[in-house]
Design a protein around this ligand. Sequence first.
Ligand code: ARG
Length: 463
Amino acid sequence: MAKLWAGRFEKPTNALLDDFQSSIPFDQRMLECDVTGSIAHATMLGEQGIISREDAESIVAGLNTILAEYRAGKLVIDMTAEDVHMFVEALLTERIGDAGKRLHTGRSRNDQVALDVRMYARQANMHVRELLLKLLDVIISLSEEHTGTIMAGYTHLQKAQPITLSFHLMAYAQMFMRDVTRFEHAYEEADVMPLGSGALAGTTYPLNRERVAELLGFSEVTDNALDGVSDRDFLLSFLSAASICMMHLSRFCEELILWSTNEFGTAVMDDGFATGSSIMPQKKNPDACELTRGKTGRVYGDLMALLTVMKGLPLAYNKDMQEDKEAFFDAYDTLINCLPTFTEMLRTTSFRKETMYESAGLGFTNATDLADYLVGKGLPFRDAHHVSGSLVGKCVRENRALTDLSLDELRAAHPSFEEDVYEAISLEACVERRKLRGGPAPEAVKNSIERAKAWRANHPTEA
Ligand code: ARG
């Protein structure tokens, strides 16, 4: 395709450079944004009398036809074009003649690409937010089912204290609610209109920047042309939100993988979300979880890639910045691939309540409560901790549980023990007593579920 900037050159670009610098293979996905942005720009140029009304109308009509053909899957994209912006402009001019050549008045590809990426980023943020809210709905409804399902809670992957499955799941609900907020912030950052920045120093034409922002639904316009063309913070915010979100998904996946092992045996993935082995007939592998965990690395990589691209760039636009798109699109594609799969996988996973309960009873998860019991009888916590520890030591040596010890054996460690100790250190009592806001007691978790539902009601989704 002929170069629209070829005026000052004496020979055509080398074919190697043509291929090397072309971004159309990946930026063609911004075509809708590009055309919509150009329609707004041309409309404003016409309104301001910078170009004639007739030219503006002819440009808008031509662009609308291109958009309609694209949406119908009928537009043939010229892969020899330098980028999507050049492709659209050249195609328009080919179709409508000289008016097409007036479209780029008062605009540079630098502010044009900034606009397109911001428009695309707004959609991407909204899309990921929707998918996260759907995941949140599944977590909340599973949590409502399991407020009484006792399981072991861990620190250092060693059994720690009894909790409930609902409490555990709601911990992830908190993470995903924060993720939603992060994507909403990333949206707000993207929601600033850069046209009018020109190449770097604004423009001499009397553009109406606010009008373009209004036509494209932007909340604000950028306030410095140099920054307007060289800022990619809004993509970095998307990529950091994406990285943190993938980290949350990955931790959740790791736990589901662990819980699906023969050793834990507390979660059973639906057959539809597991795969078999070509050699070992018994295998049922949690591939969806493993892949999600694995793909987390590439999203971190995308964030690192763009941070590194940006770190040494002098103001304003540098072609290095063309590298922003593949990182951004890759992270976006990865998220919208992982989230629905993970959501459905989680929704169809079943949890083995009995195994969870039995497992919570092992490993002295009630040793803290045994100490707390003695504190209730007047001992200082440090002394109570020591007595409880010595009883744990005895049980470890004799391969017994704390509840297996007779009252005499308990009293040999400290005379304050009475018959009510057994009730006090039952798993149910251990959980129920932790009813402070944020604790695992069923009533506390029910309250936290109610708060999450109220939050969700304030975050409506489209569908
Ligand atoms: N394809 C380019 C990009 O993605 C568009 C901006 C090009 N600007 C320029 N001055 N060469 O960044």
